[in-house]
Design a protein around this ligand. Structure first.
Ligand SMILES: Cc1cc2nc3c(=O)[nH]c(=O)nc-3n(C[C@H](O)[C@H](O)[C@H](O)COP(=O)(O)OP(=O)(O)OC[C@H]3O[C@@H](n4cnc5c(N)ncnc54)[C@H](O)[C@@H]3O)c2cc1C
Length: 454
């Protein structure tokens, strides 16, 4: 989708940081036989793609590996709900920039099915339901790209994106099309609300090339593939990690474990909530980095209808409501799944607000916007599935972003090992690819390498 397309005017698809040859070699090694046991053990906390990638790699290296996962299944933010008969991916849907992206290869091995998205297949409607012409969209979009650069140039460390933007463009702040672009593009991409987003560091991550692919049979296919042959303890929520002695001791609601090393891949939101007690407490710089980076809410809603009433040729439909972040973007799922389904999104502060709304209230708001575009005679949805990422105890947020007052170097600190016993992986530790599946995956391989090198 749109998510990774609407930043990076200058970098446009060129990853400035090339993947290290060690990491690429590690990707290949996961194919070969396991080495002989090396007598060392690792506890991996969290069975998202970061934890699973590391566990596979460490097992290959001869470590005794146990993965401890709070949920009833593996995958974390690769979580697919099939209760409506079609896969609804609650977290990731897209492979952003499939060329050179390690997830493309992994998806093929896992037999995940993909659909090539067409970002240009988009029509945006104004608040009265009138389609905005391509020439206006192109003009405003070019101005939007310039505005991103102007905010970066003008911003200071303590200012949020919104503060700098409002100062530079007081008229655009109230403009519905601008609210749409700042939300459906920028807040979706960064996983932030722009009022909390760093004005200087919001756009310093990297991209792979190529039009995005969407996984059509469920992103969890990839997690299930990686988990084959691993020892994973499900339904166990870790609450204590004691690294004061020679071995690391880990306790969950169900039992106690010990190992030579512990790799912590729980989401940043879980670290911020201090769900896990560390003994001794984590070093100051690590605690400051946890406090200084943030997670916001990108929430997803899948609605199924008795018939298609939208333009079925289109991939995406945009809408420009007065409220920023409010169901401003629809994906036509009929393009790649056997259902009359639309997926919509809520971003930033509105994304969080939806978590306090009933299903009926959410449906009423979504339908009001669809009726503005397609008229009052459209059918009501038959069913809806939704997410509540900021209150979800397994993540407490959708993905990480740099906030004002801090620098994105915090993401490097989040990746630092402590005493060569505690290691950290997860999307929030891979600064150049944060907030993505490939970022999380690469972070797992990176930490497996670090442990194997000790
Ligand atoms: C709405 C949404 C849309 C997204 N869209 C895309 C997309 O299209 N493309 C893309 O590339 N990326 C996307 N992402 C980001 C991507 O999903 C994540 O970056 C990636 O999946 C994170 O993997 P991870 O292993 O770091 O964390 P997770 O997958 O969150 O894994 C962490 C694991 O830790 C477990 N855990 C938490 N607490 C404990 C505990 N106390 N004890 C034991 N286990 C615990 C969790 O249950 C979880 O399984 C999206 C994310 C969201 C939320």
């Amino acid at each position: 989708m749109l998510r990774r397309k609407f930043l990076k005017k200058t970098l446009s698809g060129v990853p400035a940081v090339l993947l290290s040859s060690t990491l690429l070699a590690a990707c290949d090694e996961s194919e070969g036989p396991d080495k002989a046991p090396n007598g060392k053990s690792v506890l991996v906390i969290g069975a998202g793609i970061a934890g699973l990638a590391a566990a596979v790699q460490l097992k290959k290296e001869g470590f005794q590996v146990t993965v401890i996962e709070a949920q009833e299944k593996v995958g974390g933010r690769l979580r697919t709900d099939r209760s409506l008969g079609v896969p609804f991916d609650e977290g990731a849907s897209w492979i952003h920039g499939p060329k050179g992206n390690p997830i493309t290869d992994l998806a093929e091995k896992a037999k995940a099915k993909t659909f090539l998205t067409d970002d240009d297949s988009l029509l945006v409607y104004d608040g009265k339901g009138k389609a905005i012409s391509d020439s206006v969209l192109d003009r405003e979009y070019a101005a939007y790209e310039d505005a991103l650069e102007a905010v970066t140039a003008k911003g200071t460390q303590n200012q949020s994106f919104e503060a700098v933007f409002n100062g530079l463009y007081p008229d655009r702040t109230k403009d519905a099309l601008w609210k749409y672009m700042l939300s459906a593009y920028l807040e979706f991409d960064t996983g932030s609300d722009i009022s909390e987003l760093s004005s200087t560091d919001f756009d310093d991550d990297e991209l792979f090339k190529g039009e995005d692919l969407i996984i059509t049979n469920g992103y969890d296919t990839i997690a299930e593939y990686l988990a084959k042959g691993l020892t994973v303890k499900l339904n166990e929520r870790v609450n204590t990690i004691d690294y004061s002695g020679a071995k690391v001791k880990v306790s969950s609601n169900k039992g106690n474990y010990e190992a030579d090393y512990c790799l912590i891949t729980v989401p940043l939101g879980v670290l911020k909530k201090e769900v896990i007690n560390f003994n001794p407490t984590l070093p100051n710089n690590k605690r400051q980095a946890i406090a200084g980076t943030k997670m916001s809410a990108v929430n997803k809603f899948l609605l199924t209808f008795p018939s298609v009433f939208w333009d079925n040729n289109l991939q995406y439909v945009g809408f420009t409501p007065e409220t920023k972040g409010k169901f401003n973007y629809f994906m036509n799922c009929k393009k790649f799944m056997p259902a009359n389904a639309l997926m919509t999104f809520a971003f930033g502060n509105y994304g969080k607000l939806t978590e306090t709304m009933s299903d009926a209230a959410v449906i009423a708001e979504i339908m009001a916007q669809l009726k503005t575009i397609y008229g009052n005679n459209i059918p009501n949805p038959q069913a809806m599935l939704r997410t509540k990422w900021s209150s979800n105890p397994n993540a407490y947020g959708s993905y990480s972003f740099p906030t004002n007052g801090r620098r994105s170097a915090d993401f490097d600190v989040l990746a630092q090992a402590v005493n060569n016993k505690l290691f950290f992986a997860g999307e929030h530790t891979q600064r150049e690819y944060r907030g993505t599946v490939h970022g999380a995956y690469l972070s797992g391989l990176r930490e497996a390498d670090k442990i194997a090198d000790l």
